[in-house]
Ligand binder design. Structure first.
Ligand code: CAA
Length: 262
């Protein structure tokens, strides 16, 4: 049971509990323009609402690039006041409201805005040919979709400075060692791995999954003591779920749990 909706810069499919957003601008190595941003955020929200979808995968069309950055053609003639008035790239904040886990399946170049979109996801899986970088300073600008904030949290200050100031690119293996990426697989295993991750997530209680994702992402926003309080309350309230009773009962009865998302 697969549904396909057509956008102009992305393809969206939903099958087997996973909604997949494929950035599809192959002639520009999937560079992300304003329309692509709007379509990705729109599609992510549409998939978030669908009860049959339990996780969202974002990937790039083809084998060469996840996304080679924000669209330089679109940005080249842009002035400060234009960027200011149209709130250039601000629309990405909408992705943070998505409750379901977002998995970035990075195939090839994830440079600039491509690396930043991957970092907006909850988990990054990379193919062996993936390459991460933030080359914006070469263009006389700086990362503008979260790169300076998320990369330091993912790989620490010194490495983040090296990537952003010195143009160092991270291979999949280096990104894995540095903690940016959680799994590295061969290119032909990338989508199967992402789908299997989505299927595993789908077999669990979607409320527990959403609570866990929310708590982890809160750690970016608030101090530890507040984060711990936040987690405690989310943990306590999990005992109001039928899924908590079912999950623990199934363990005690040595059977597979059947979660109802309530
Ligand atoms: N925007 C627009 N077009 C792009 C693009 C981008 N970010 N990246 C690649 N393309 C286009 C190229 O212009 C080229 O188009 P033509 O065939 O019409 O000439 C096509 O994609 C293929 O690219 P290349 O011929 O350059 O392919 P390559 O294999 O020789 O090199 C690459 C690949 C190393 C990724 C190289 O394309 C590259 O360096 N791209 C730009 C990377 C970059 O600087 N990204 C940061 C953008 S700024 C940003 O993202 C700001 C932000 O944080 C919000």
């Amino acid at each position: 049971d697969e549904t396909t909706i057509h956008y102009r810069t992305i393809n969206v499919t939903a099958a087997d509990a996973a909604g997949t957003i494929t950035i599809c601008r192959p002639k520009a190595l999937n560079a992300i323009n304003t329309l692509a941003m709007e379509e990705i955020v729109h599609a992510a929200h549409a998939l978030d609402k669908r009860p049959d979808v339990k996780a969202i995968v974002i990937t790039g069309d083809g084998t060469k690039a996840f996304a080679a950055g924000a669209d330089i053609m679109e940005m080249a003639g842009q002035t400060y006041d234009e960027a200011y008035h149209k709130r250039f790239m601000e629309g990405w904040t909408g992705l943070a409201a998505v409750r379901k886990p977002i998995i970035a399946a990075v195939n090839g170049y994830a440079l600039g805005g491509g690396c930043e979109v991957a970092m907006m996801a909850d988990i990054i899986i990379a193919s062996e040919n993936a390459m991460f970088g933030q080359p914006e300073v070469n263009l006389g600008v700086i990362p503008g979709m979260g790169g300076t904030q998320r990369l330091i949290r993912a790989i620490g200050k010194s490495k983040a400075m090296d990537v952003i100031l010195c143009g160092v690119r991270l291979t999949a293996a280096e990104a894995h060692t540095a903690g940016l990426v959680s799994r590295v697989v061969s290119l032909n295993q990338l989508m199967p791995e992402a789908r299997s991750m989505a299927r595993n997530i789908a077999s669990l209680s979607s409320i527990a999954i959403a609570k866990a994702k929310d708590c982890i992402n809160r750690a970016y926003e608030i101090p530890l003591s507040e984060g711990l309080r936040y987690e405690q309350r989310e943990f306590w309230s999990a005992f109001a779920l039928e899924d908590q009773y079912e999950g623990m009962q199934a363990f005690l009865e040595k059977r597979q749990a059947s979660f109802k998302d309530k």
